[in-house]
Design a protein around this ligand. Sequence first.
Ligand code: SN0
Length: 315
Amino acid sequence: MKHFISPKDVHSVPEMVKEGLAQKAHPYANQALGRNKTLCLLFFNSSLRTRLSTQKAGMNLGMNVIVMNVGADSWQLEFEDGVVMSGSKAEHIREAAAVIGQYADIVGVRAFAGLSDRNEDYKELVMQSFRDLAGVPIVNLESATRHPCQSLADLITIEEYKKKEKPKVVLTWAPHIKPLPQAVGNSFAEWLNLTDYEFVITNPEAYDLAPEFVGSATVTRDQEEAFEGADFIYAKNWSSYERYGQVIRGHENWIIDEKKMALTNAAKFMHCLPVRRGLIVEDAVIDSPSSIVIPQAGNRVWSVQAALKKILEAL
Ligand code: SN0
């Protein structure tokens, strides 16, 4: 595998899930693969799980890992070509990415959507620039429109907890006070569409995800109907794609509570975290035995370790 930016980079999704579970069973079996190789992780935004799990995965594979908060610790980077750099941005991505590529064998990048210009965000300028200019493989640690490390961990988690061959998986929008990116929802939908599970997305009007990510999923505005018979409830907030980046008030009742969970087939509750209690989900649900958010976060190590292993094998 050359890069891990979207599922298009992956040969086979079931094979990646299997690889993740193999890494979990034998975390240190491939230490020779990463020996004397450097993994450089670049964060344009905050992180807890992605930062720690990717560092750990790199170390499990015998790699040396270096981490930088871009902007805060480095120069502010300019991504537009042909501009006179007379503002606050001191370095162009053309030099920065190429230089980072001199120090690293694999580069991980986190750069969220700006949420003001839909065309700009969906062009994926930051991730594409690193891909085009660094000269080494790139791992997407959440870009403007995707979060593949999260989605692969989600599929690994569903594989572990499913009680039937084709579970009913529901992605439900949930309320938030801030405009959040669509990346986690987009990616979850994109990866779920590559499985043969029954997949339903439920969200209020004006919160439909981009059609390219919704794909063949069933979409309903009726959250309770969606919950009926569900085996997995995956909650996530995202801001509007249609009214780009906006939070449209009045959907506070989309919170995941015990009453709605009772409609399901004893569904497991999932969320990528961080989660705002009392807003997205009631304490009684996230603290119940049906909540698998902690093992789900634990699986973040194995998803990125599977991706790093595949990339190291192809170096
Ligand atoms: C990010 C998001 O894309 O939704 C990262 C999720 C893995 N989440 C947030 O930015 C949450 C911020 C908040 O204030 O709740």
